[in-house]
Design a protein around this ligand. Structure first.
Ligand code: HEC
Length: 152
């Protein structure tokens, strides 16, 4: 029994996971477009976090480049949040986005400000992790603060 039980349960668990997922969002849908932008957000914020935690060698110029990258994308996802209607695209957006539009706009504004603050620092030239630790942490908090409230 101790051997056969997992064999029975595993396919059932996988089946459930597939029903819940339903494949990636259509890349031309609003969901697919915003998710693609968020992936780019991550491609900039991840290496910055890595440099500050010591996981990736520190490179001030590269870090400044990632700050520029985030700044270029800072307005990119928000137009791709139309009322979901009967969309069946895979997504992790919470209904609070549409039910609490002021809080949603505030989360966007906080993030926008954090990115602008980081950019103001990195444009002066980045020589040390200490210089950028606080503004990078504020950007990461901007991501997390929004995800906590508005992402499943
Ligand atoms: C104002 C809100 C907000 C901010 C700020 C925000 N996100 Fe998100 N993020 C979301 C929402 C909502 C989703 C879910 C979108 C969906 O599933 O369609 C999401 C999804 C994602 C995803 C998953 C994309 C996918 O492939 O499904 C990643 C990765 C991500 N965000 C990274 C980031 C990073 C990194 C930052 C900061 C640099 C950030 N986000 C800032 C709201 C935000």
């Amino acid at each position: 029994m101790s051997v056969s039980l997992p064999r029975i349960l595993l396919p059932a668990a996988l089946g459930l996971a597939l029903v819940g997922c339903g494949g990636p969002a259509d890349p031309d849908s609003p969901e697919g477009k915003r998710q693609a932008v968020f992936k780019q957000f991550l491609q900039h914020s991840e290496p910055m976090g890595g440099m500050l935690s010591g996981r990736v060698p520190f490179d001030g110029e590269a870090l400044a480049g990632h700050a520029e990258g985030l700044a270029e994308l800072v307005e990119a996802p928000w137009d791709y949040f139309p009322e979901p209607g009967d969309s069946r695209q895979r997504n992790a957006a919470l209904p609070d986005i549409w039910q609490q539009p002021d809080a949603w706009q505030q989360a966007i504004a906080d993030y926008r400000q954090a990115v602008a603050d980081l950019l103001a620092v990195t444009r002066e030239g980045v020589d040390s992790p200490e210089q950028v630790a606080a503004p990078v942490a504020a950007v990461q908090q901007g991501c997390k603060g929004c995800h906590d409230g508005f992402r499943r």
